[in-house]
Design a protein around this ligand. Structure first.
Ligand SMILES: [Zn+2]
Length: 179
């Protein structure tokens, strides 16, 4: 066996002072972003902060949030018994206030029904509910699997390349092509 020295990497981080659940990496504020104000929201509680490193002094300040998280309920058009609850968000006004419900609902309707590929919002799925069952074992049937080396050989594409994502799936799983 070969012995390798692991590298210790230090980077400066700050914990969200509101929820203590999220760490912001601020190392790059000390280097390439020195003197530039950055605005980020906490991944966990959505509190928004302004961050600044000037003359190597770090300051952060709470500012009005630009969004708030939400839960979005979606119902399958294919089988109305199938629902998913996914992570969404509501854009807030500059003052930090919520826009009228109808506005966000219209944005969401467009986003989920027309704009985004379902693959995108399925990544954020919190629950999949079928006929009232929150734990619907058996709603998916295993069809088959193809190992990655075999998939690359079949298609001539590198796995996860755009060409693979756009065309490769249909070569690997020809049953996906509708007659
Ligand atoms: Zn937080």
């Amino acid at each position: 066996m070969q012995s390798i020295n692991p590298v210790v990497k230090n980077k400066r981080v700050v914990e969200c002072p509101v929820c203590q659940e999220h760490e912001f990496t601020i190392e790059h504020l000390f280097t390439e972003l020195q003197g530039r104000e950055c605005r980020w929201s906490c991944n966990e509680c959505s509190t928004r902060f302004s961050f600044l490193v000037k003359d190597d002094v770090f300051t952060m300040e709470k500012i009005a949030p630009d969004h708030m998280r939400s839960l979005v309920l979606l119902q399958s058009e294919v089988d109305p018994n199938l629902y998913v609850v996914t992570k969404g968000f509501t854009r807030l006004a500059k003052t930090g206030e919520k826009p009228p419900y109808k506005e966000t609902a219209a944005d969401n309707r467009y986003y989920y029904e027309e704009h985004t590929c379902p693959t995108n919002f399925l990544r954020g799925v919190e629950r999949l509910i079928y006929k009232g069952d929150f734990d619907p074992h058996g709603i998916f049937k295993y069809v088959r699997h193809v190992d990655i080396d075999v998939a690359e050989e079949m298609t001539g594409y590198k796995i996860w390349d755009n060409d693979f994502l756009n065309f490769g799936f249909y070569i690997v799983f020809p049953e996906l092509v509708k007659e």
